[in-house]
Design a protein around this ligand. Structure first.
Ligand code: KIV
Length: 256
């Protein structure tokens, strides 16, 4: 059974687990941890590159990070996020998606309701994940979407249209739980929530956020499963102390 089918079959049965990865070592840790999908997210624009949003991430940068993640992964399917403007035209979308597959990704994700792009990918049998709700490539500021009836109707319509076009799953980002539940019960494709409540078919988080790499960044939906910022700071402080007092390198860590 291919990975798309495995993911689809989980709907209503078992939760889907997705996490982002941007480099070899994190991918190697995630691989074999029963993570269903690794997303090379364009969120790397923020957490790796230090930009305020994802809008300047390029195809070359996404390919670079996808290559590193592929090297660290033996069994987990990898989804590459198509960066802004890389799927504006169907033929360009196809060419860029093909580059991700040649790099070793198993599928791609695109933001919003882009029927021409999705149809071209589905026709070419390239697994495509949809993404509705808060769309970082299109927003000026990140906020909850779908609070007004008009916004909620549009998000619902986008999700059902993507479903009909043949996406194999749909990310629901930053929308009220009630709207995510309504979409999840309507669409055939499994939904993967981030800030969309617990009734989605799966959940995704940005790995740096769930590992607590940045104490200054704490949106409501992020649960920190570790405090790596403190772990790193403590280790660096100890290293500095050890070197200052001549405790490191000691005999054990010296060639003779
Ligand atoms: O870029 C990303 O990491 C994403 C997830 C937040 C879904 O799109």
């Amino acid at each position: 059974m291919d990975f798309e089918e495995r993911i689809k079959q989980k709907k209503g049965r078992e939760k889907i687990i997705m996490l982002t990865a941007y480099d070899y070592q994190i991918a190697k840790i995630l691989d074999g941890m029963k993570v269903d999908l690794i997303l090379v997210g364009d969120s790397l624009g923020m957490v790796v590159q230090g930009n305020r949003d994802t809008k300047s991430v390029t195809m070359e940068e996404m390919i670079y990070h996808t290559r590193a993640v592929v090297k660290g992964t033996k069994e987990t399917p990898i989804i590459a996020d198509m960066p802004i403007h890389s799927y504006d035209k169907p033929e360009e979308c196809l060419k860029n998606a093909q580059r991700f597959l040649e790099t070793g990704a198993h599928g791609v994700k695109i933001e919003g309701n882009k029927p021409e792009a999705v149809k071209a990918l589905v026709r070419a049998r390239i697994p495509v994940m949809g993404h509705v709700g808060m769309l970082p490539q299109m927003e000026e500021s990140y906020r909850l979407k779908g609070k007004t009836a008009e916004e909620a109707d549009k998000i619902f319509a986008d999700a059902t249209q993507l479903d009909a076009q043949g996406v194999f799953s749909i990310v629901l980002e930053c929308i009220p739980e009630s709207l995510a539940t309504k979409i999840t019960s309507k669409v055939k494709a499994p939904t993967i929530g981030i800030g969309a409540g617990k009734y989605c078919d799966g959940q995704v988080l940005v790995i740096n956020d769930m590992l607590g790499m940045d104490s200054g960044f704490k949106p409501k939906f992020v649960k920190r499963y570790a405090d790596l910022e403190t772990v790193v700071k403590d280790a660096v402080a100890e290293f500095r102390r050890d070197v200052s007092v001549g405790k490191y390198p000691d005999k054990e860590h010296t060639y003779h």
